[in-house]
Write a protein that binds this ligand. Structure first.
Ligand code: B12
Length: 221
């Protein structure tokens, strides 16, 4: 148990220090030791990028450090991704999801995590990437017959586009066709309610629970 805690602490430190090799090696170790990958991500890596955010806010870190930590985070998640995806084979299709970071916003770490976890939990996920135009979300959802549209926003300015997307769905007579889930650091339950979203999740696990609850019941049988 103690060694697991040490491993989680080392993951956090690797992200804070921007040590990519260590971040990747620790992810490989987590796989080798069959650790719970949700715990590894939530308690090992995410606290690292949160600390980096705090160091940036306090003026101790600058953009290069932020970018290098973000790259480390991505590299570690890339190591874990195949194992997360493998879990999917055991699940059955729970619904189709279109996900992306909303127009004007390039933050994609949290969105990638949510996409990976949804995929690992049996959802068919189309990840549109970051800075995705509002119309593109709607086109993709219509094309793929999606059940859920998941919108990530990390900036207070781009959060407004979540509201705009829901308005666009209404304007096009499509609001009833898709469930809209919103998330991202500045997003709150209150905001989700205010804009008429179907749900808000504070982290990737919450996103999965929400998607399961809101997804098409017919395929859950
Ligand atoms: C890493 C980072 C960057 C990296 C992004 C790299 C990348 N590829 O993503 C870089 C360096 C590029 C960057 C750039 C910028 N950043 Co930045 N960044 C961050 C930082 C430190 C961490 C974000 C992160 O990855 N967190 C970890 C992930 C795992 O958490 P998460 O994204 O919140 O996601 C979780 C949940 O929110 C949830 N979730 C996420 N999406 C969804 C979606 C759904 C549907 C659901 C249900 C759940 C859900 O689940 C996720 C997993 O648990 C934050 C600080 C912070 N405290 O958030 C600032 C922060 C978001 N950035 C900020 C800013 C200002 C910027 C810049 C504008 C800086 C600049 N002057 O250029 C640019 C943005 C340019 C743009 N147009 O987008 C501000 C935003 C302030 C604000 N009020 O809007 C923050 C808060 C820092 C700060 N305190 O000032 N940034």
């Amino acid at each position: 148990m103690e060694s697991k805690d040490r491993l989680l602490a080392a993951m956090t430190a690797a992200i804070v220090e921007g040590d990519r090799a260590a971040a990747e090696a620790l992810a490989a170790k987590a796989l080798a030791e069959s650790l719970d990958l949700h715990e590894v991500i939530e308690k090992g890596y995410i606290p690292g990028i949160q600390k980096v955010g705090a160091l940036w806010e306090s003026g101790e870190y600058f953009l290069p450090e932020l970018i290098s930590s973000a790259e480390c985070m991505k590299a570690a998640l890339a190591v874990l991704k195949p194992a997360l995806a493998a879990a999917r084979a055991e699940a059955f299709l729970r619904g189709k999801v279109v996900i992306g970071t909303i127009e004007g916003d390039i933050h994609d770490i949290g969105k990638n995590l949510v996409a990976s976890m949804l995929s690992a939990n049996g959802f068919d996920v189309l990840d549109l990437g970051a800075d995705v135009k509002l119309a593109r979300f709607i086109e993709a959802a219509e094309e793929t017959g999606a059940d859920l549209i998941c919108l990530s926003s990390l900036l207070t300015t781009t959060m407004l586009n979540q509201r705009r997307l829901i308005e666009m769905l209404k304007e096009r007579g499509l609001r009833g066709r898709f469930k809209v889930l919103v998330g991202g650091a500045p997003v709150t339950r209150k905001w989700a309610e205010d804009i008429g979203a179907d749900g808000y999740g504070e982290n990737a696990l919450a996103a999965v629970k929400l998607a399961v609850a809101l997804g098409p019941k017919r395929r859950l049988g």
